[in-house]
Design a protein around this ligand. Structure first.
Ligand SMILES: [Zn+2]
Ligand SMILES: [Zn+2]
Length: 65
């Protein structure tokens, strides 16, 4: 069980990511659409922080992507 704080690849703000146990990672708890999930997975290899996840999803919605 490793819980690590790492910088968000998008905003560079440190956040808690638990990649070893993804269902306990905060990124997993943010409710994002499958579209946003696919977009994020394509663009970033790592998890984004909570704020960025929400922001990216909001951008996708407003761009009607
Ligand atoms: Zn971020
Ligand atoms: Zn994560």
């Amino acid at each position: 069980m490793s819980r690590t704080e790492k910088p968000c690849p998008r905003c560079e703000k440190p956040f808690q990511c638990n990649a070893a146990d993804i269902s306990n990672c905060q990124c997993f708890k943010v409710q994002i659409s499958p579209k946003a999930q696919a977009f994020i997975a394509k663009r970033w290899q790592e998890c984004l922080c909570n704020q960025c996840l929400k922001r990216v999803q909001f951008q996708l919605i407003s761009a009607d992507y």
